[in-house]
Ligand binder design. Structure first.
Ligand SMILES: Nc1nc2c(ncn2[C@@H]2O[C@H](COP(=O)(O)OP(=O)(O)OP(=O)(O)O)[C@@H](O)[C@H]2O)c(=O)[nH]1
Ligand SMILES: [Mg+2]
Length: 194
């Protein structure tokens, strides 16, 4: 699978604002600052398609991107688990994410992103359990692989696998934005999910 063209289609907070259901969708979920928007930019080969920030809570809307002339869509979700966002606001984001994930017939799979350096949080585990329940699980992306020595990779990936209770058939792909690694493996997975 190759990505040749990407464009921002729609920005939404509520269902009425979603684009009409059309081609299949793949969503990126995960805690704030884990690297969802950066990964999208890497796949798109564009630095500034999605806004990226060093401080968590950058993406605050559900952003739908049309890939290859709307052959399929990638949906960049707001992150969860950011302590500095007011509780009422983070609850709204949670509702926003859940409303999208629950009711979107064209949604084929959700890539759950987890920082390769850290043990997944309780919220990550809840998210993965929830994805299992809805049959959207099976693909985890371990982000920021450049931040650990190559020799620790296997061990850290196993920690994530165990903590999320991933099934043997589930896939975990390490990626690094600065090193541009993991793209082909991820695109293959996205291709088969579609
Ligand atoms: N070293 C390194 N830094 C990364 C990588 N991916 C993302 N980052 C950095 O992590 C920070 C957060 O990235 P974002 O892409 O904005 O994260 P996000 O998950 O979209 O965050 P929210 O929109 O808040 O949910 C930015 O400073 C990125 O430059 C990576 O692979 N390696
Ligand atoms: Mg983002």
């Amino acid at each position: 699978m190759e990505i040749k063209k990407t464009e921002l289609l729609t920005v939404a907070v509520m269902k009425a604002q979603y684009p009409e259901e059309g081609p299949p969708e793949i969503a990126f979920a995960g805690r704030s600052n884990v690297g969802k928007s950066s990964l999208l930019n890497l796949l798109a080969g564009k630095r500034h398609l999605a806004k990226v920030s060093g401080s968590p809570g950058k993406t605050r809307t559900i952003n739908f991107y049309a890939i290859n002339g709307d052959a399929f869509r990638i949906v960049d979700l707001p992150g969860y688990g950011y302590a500095k966002v007011a509780r009422s606001v983070s609850a709204q984001w949670g509702d926003m994410i859940e409303a999208y994930l629950k009711n979107r017939t064209v949604l084929k799979k959700v890539a759950l992103l987890a920082d390769i350096r850290h043990e997944p949080s309780t919220q990550d585990r809840q998210m993965y359990d929830w994805l299992k329940y809805y049959g959207l699980d099976g693909l985890v992306v371990a982000t920021k692989a450049d931040k650990i020595p190559r020799g620790s990779r296997k061990k850290n990936l196993k920690v994530i696998r165990d903590k999320l209770a991933m099934a043997d058939a589930d896939v975990i792909i390490p990626v690094s934005v600065p090193q541009r690694t993991g793209v082909d493996a991820l695109l293959d997975e996205i291709g088969s999910a579609l």
